[in-house]
Design a protein around this ligand. Structure first.
Ligand SMILES: Cc1ncc(COP(=O)(O)O)c(C=O)c1O
Length: 474
């Protein structure tokens, strides 16, 4: 008998979601233009690789920063010993100024209200630890980022209740959807502690409108609960309407120093805007002094290394560079986004109109064999194994309508994106051709042949996926 904790043996982490399974399948057969040209193209990973050259040329022009030097003198020992969990003051100052720049300097942030921590993953979990007890609930607009089941629920024991949004109004957060989610929590005897949004949204890639933000602020004010705004994609907004942070709306409504002011918290990270998820740079911004001091203590479990803080404080303190980076990165994201949208359109597939992010929310409802999540899974497996693209099914984002997929476009070269679009076009064309043939083939024999071949390929998918059903080796 193994003496392991419940946490070690429970499966609430969400690892068995198709979001993570797709990554595992990609790892087994990754596309490479030379070594594995028929492999799976990873379109399920929201990485931003479009502006590395800008950072690399900054590093080449500023060799001191990466070689632990200040004005030519080594600060290796200083950095090696630094262990204050409040973080490097210069870095905190540079980070809040960068956050303000992204918001067009319409708001400013106080470095004393900022808690540094290793990525938005840790930031979200730590904040939830500060705001809720196990068994209490947060309401999240659905579809939502699949990682939240791990980040918000797994170790904290907090429950997520989806705020059900749908395509009829572009997945906007309505008053009735908020009320229904709140009632659902009450029905389940769960105390609601807050609402958590992503703005811009992952997976929708759209910014949350001022109207929706006002509605959310009114809602959390009336219910006396928290509002967490994960603004990890704030720097990626490449098209109008422009990004409006919840901080801006609070200020415009003169809500500073009111009760609700202390209950609104912002999450940020450099994983998306600067494309540095490996550096693990995240932050919690809160007006509540107890949240700031508790989260700072908790940050001991996931500090950002001092050399990372030093390097990034040098990069971000170069405000001219930072400003140009944001503009150029957004220009490149828009170009990629437009490429994806027009290629999909050429294949007869449309996307939710979006203005931000590293992905599109793609409507493939017309390609489903029926309006069901089984059919969505069937289509996903076809696209993964037969077409060779790993995209994320809507079900993994808790979408209530089958047939939506999140497709990433910034983690690959333009050539790879073009290839992925050729593959999807050929796939859709083959479906159209099969449908036309089936419609014309009247004989029973032909139908039987089609059914047999369908069954054969389904067996292939089931066979390939069956390894996931097994319990891990103990
Ligand atoms: C909305 C959202 N929050 C948090 C994260 C986690 O980011 P980090 O790499 O900073 O931990 C992600 C990553 O995809 C995300 O999309």
């Amino acid at each position: 008998m193994k003496l392991l904790s419940r946490k070690a043996t429970c499966n609430s982490h969400g690892q068995d979601s198709s979001y993570f399974l797709g990554w595992q399948e990609y790892e087994k057969n990754p596309y490479d233009d030379v070594r594995n040209p028929t492999g799976i193209i990873q379109m399920g990973l929201a990485e931003n690789q479009l502006s590395f050259d800008l950072l690399e040329s900054w590093l080449a022009n500023n060799p001191d920063a990466a070689s632990f030097k200040r004005h030519g003198q080594s600060i290796f020992r200083e950095l090696a010993l630094f262990q204050d969990y409040h973080g490097l003051p210069d870095f905190k100052k540079a980070l809040v100024e960068f956050m303000a720049e992204i918001r067009g300097n319409r708001v400013s942030f106080d470095p004393n209200k900022l808690v540094l921590i290793a990525g938005a993953t840790s930031a979200n979990e730590t904040l939830i630890f500060c705001l809720a007890e196990p068994g209490e609930a947060f309401l999240l607009p659905a579809p939502y980022y699949p990682g939240f089941d791990r980040d918000l629920k797994w170790r904290t024991g907090v429950e997520i209740i989806p705020i059900q949004c749908n395509s009829s109004n572009g997945f906007q957060i309505t008053q009735s959807a908020l009320d229904e989610a709140y009632q659902e929590a009450q029905k389940r005897n769960l105390k609601v502690k807050g609402v958590l949004i992503t703005n811009p949204s992952n997976p929708l890639a759209t910014t949350i409108s001022r109207d929706e933000l006002n509605r959310l602020i009114d809602f959390v004010t009336a219910k006396e609960i928290h509002l967490v705004s994960d603004e990890i994609y704030s720097g990626t907004v490449f098209d109008s309407p422009k990004f409006v942070s919840v901080a801006e709306v609070l200020m415009d409504r003169n809500l500073e120093n009111t009760e609700v002011w202390d209950r609104v918290h912002i999450i940020y990270s450099l994983s998306k805007d600067l494309g540095l998820p490996g550096f693990r740079v995240g932050a919690i911004y809160s007006n509540d002094v107890t949240v700031v001091s508790t989260a700072t203590k908790m940050s001991s479990f996931g500090l950002i290394s001092s050399q990372t803080q030093y390097l990034l404080s040098a990069i971000l303190s170069d405000t001219k560079f930072a400003k140009n980076y944001i503009i150029e990165n957004q220009r490149r994201l828009k170009k990629r986004h437009d490429m994806l949208v027009s290629s999909l359109k050429n294949a007869g597939i449309s996307c939710l109109k979006s203005n931000a992010g590293l992905f599109c929310w793609v409507d493939m409802r017309h390609l489903l064999s029926s309006n069901s999540f089984e059919a969505e899974m069937e289509l996903w497996k076809k696209i993964l194994y037969d077409v060779g693209l790993n995209i994320s099914p809507g079900a993994s984002c808790h979408c209530t309508e089958p047939g939506w997929f999140r497709v990433c476009f910034a983690n690959m070269t333009e050539e790879t994106l073009n290839l992925s679009m050729q593959r999807i076009k050929a796939f859709v064309d083959s479906i159209v051709a099969t449908t036309t043939t089936t419609n014309h083939a009247d004989t029973r024999g032909q139908r039987q042949l089609d059914r047999n071949s369908r069954r054969r390929s389904l067996t292939k998918w089931v066979f390939r996926l069956s390894s996931y059903d097994r319990e891990p080796e103990r």
